[in-house]
Design a protein around this ligand. Structure first.
Ligand SMILES: [Zn+2]
Length: 400
C-alpha cells in the first residue's frame, strides 16, 4: 500500500519529459508513481491509505530558495525611507547605515534574539511555498560572529520541516577594522574561520562577493582554493554592479552557481555553460535598487545555462521571503515565461544547490516535497504578484 494518491490534479512536474500526469502517489517520503487514475486496474482507495481529489488545482514541487541572507537582526526600513527622500548611499553610510548597520545589529544580537527574528522569516518563507532554503552567513565578519550566525542556521535546520542548506559567505564585506588591510582579512578567513567552519560541518558551500566595492578575483581565488581543500561547494555573487570577471572565476572552479549577473558578458556565459554553473538571478534586489541593467536573459537561454531565481532575502536590498513574488518580478521585469519562472524556483534552484538528484521536480524516487495551489495553471502562479500561497504543503511525504 502507498501512503497517498493525489488525483485529478494539474501537475507541473518541472522534469525534462513532456508527460502531463494528472495523478501522483507517494510512499516512504518519496514519489513512487505518476500517471492517470485511468491507468489503475482497481479503485485508488485499494492502493493507498489516503486518496485526495485535487479538483483540478495546480500541484508543483516544493519551491527552493537557493540564495538568502535570512539570518540577520533588525531591519533597514529607516534607511529605505531616507533613500526615498534622495539621501545618497555615501551619506547613509556616513550616518552608520548600509551593510555595516546590519553587521552591527547582528553582532550585538544574542543567539536567541537572532534565532527568533530569523525563525519568523523562515516561517513566512514556508507559508509562501519554500520547502528548501539556502541561508548564508556574512553579517558576523569576526570569527565569533560568523560562527554564531552559522550556529543559528544549524539550530533553524533542526526545527524546520524541510531542508536548510547552510553557506558560509566568507568574503561578504570588509570589516571596518580591516578597512586598510583586506589581505589580512582574507588571511583570517582562510587560516582561522574556514577551517573551523569545515571542522564543525557548519556549511555545505562557501560564497563570496566579487565586486570593486567588495573583494577582487585574486582574493576570492584564495578563499575558493581553501574551501576546495575542505571539500566544500562554491557559489559566488558576481557581476552585480559591474563586470568583474567573477562568473569566469566561478566557472574555473566549477562553482555550483554564479549569482546576480546583471553585467555578465558573453565569454562569462560561455564559461558558465561549459562548467555547468547555474545562473541564479535575483529579481527582488534588481527591483528594490531600481537597477536598469538587465541580466542578459537571451544569451543565457542561447547557451543553455540553467536559470534559477531566488529571493536574496536580506534587509538592505531585498526584504522579502516570497518566491511567488520573485516569479512575478522575473516575468514582468525580464520577460521570463511563466514556466521558466517555475523551473527557476524548482529544478534549476535544486541544481544551484547540487540537490537535483533528490529535489526540484516531481519524478519517481525524488523526495515527496509538493504543493497544491488554489489556482489552475502555471501561468497564474507568476501572475498574482506574490499574493497566491499554497493551501497544502507536503515535505518528505508528510503534510505540514
Ligand atoms: Zn546575496
Amino acid at each position: 500500500m502507498w501512503d497517498k494518491i493525489f488525483y485529478n490534479a494539474t501537475i507541473a512536474t518541472c522534469a525534462e519529459t513532456a508527460e502531463r500526469p494528472t495523478a501522483l502517489a507517494i510512499a516512504d517520503q518519496k514519489i513512487v508513481w505518476l500517471g492517470d487514475v485511468k491507468d489503475f486496474d482497481q479503485p485508488p482507495e485499494r492502493l493507498a491509505h489516503e486518496v485526495m481529489n485535487v479538483q483540478g488545482k495546480l500541484l508543483t514541487p516544493g519551491l527552493i530558495d537557493c540564495h538568502t541572507h535570512l539570518v540577520y537582526a533588525g531591519n533597514r526600513a529607516h534607511e529605505f525611507a531616507l533613500k526615498l527622500q534622495g539621501v545618497s548611499y555615501q551619506e547613509i553610510a556616513r550616518l552608520g547605515g548600509g551593510i555595516q548597520a546590519t553587521v552591527k545589529m547582528t553582532q550585538a544580537a544574542s543567539f536567541d534574539e537572532l534565532y527568533e527574528q530569523s525563525a519568523g522569516r523562515l516561517e513566512a518563507a514556508l507559508k509562501n511555498g519554500s520547502t528548501t532554503i539556502e541561508i548564508k552567513s556574512g553579517y558576523g565578519l569576526t570569527k565569533a560572529g560568523e560562527l554564531k550566525q552559522l550556529a543559528v542556521i544549524e539550530a533553524l535546520a533542526k526545527n524546520f520541516p524541510g531542508i536548510i542548506y547552510p553557506t558560509y559567505l566568507a568574503a561578504h564585506c570588509l570589516p571596518v577594522e580591516y578597512q586598510h588591510d583586506s589581505e589580512a582579512y582574507i588571511n583570517l578567513i582562510c587560516q582561522e574561520i574556514l577551517p573551523e567552519v569545515a571542522k564543525k560541518q557548519l556549511a555545505r558551500a562557501v560564497d563570496a562577493f566579487c565586486e570593486s566595492i567588495a573583494f577582487n578575483v585574486q582574493q576570492i581565488e584564495r578563499v575558493f582554493k581553501t574551501a576546495k581543500q575542505y571539500g566544500l561547494d562554491l557559489k559566488l555573487h558576481a557581476e552585480q554592479f559591474s563586470l568583474s570577471d567573477g562568473a569566469a572565476l566561478a566557472s574555473a572552479f566549477k562553482a555550483l552557481s554564479a549569482d546576480h549577473l546583471e553585467y555578465i558578458n558573453e565569454s562569462g556565459i560561455a564559461a558558465m555553460a561549459n562548467a555547468g554553473t547555474v545562473a541564479v538571478l535575483l529579481p527582488g534586489a534588481f527591483y528594490f535598487l531600481q537597477e536598469k541593467q538587465m541580466p542578459p536573459i537571451d544569451l543565457l537561454r542561447r547557451y543553455h545555462v540553467p536559470i534559477a531565481l531566488a529571493t536574496d532575502c536580506n534587509p538592505g536590498t531585498s526584504p522579502t521571503t516570497s518566491l511567488p513574488l520573485m516569479m512575478n518580478m522575473a516575468a514582468t521585469q525580464w520577460r521570463l515565461t511563466p514556466l521558466e519562472t517555475l523551473r527557476g524556483v524548482t529544478i534549476n534552484a535544486a541544481k544551484a544547490l547540487g540537490l537535483s538528484k533528490t529535489l526540484g521536480s516531481l519524478e519517481i524516487n525524488k523526495q515527496a516535497d509538493l504543493l497544491i495551489w488554489p489556482i489552475f495553471s502555471v501561468e497564474e502562479l507568476s501572475y498574482y504578484m506574490g499574493s497566491v500561497k499554497p493551501e497544502v504543503i507536503y515535505i518528505k511525504g508528510k503534510k505540514i
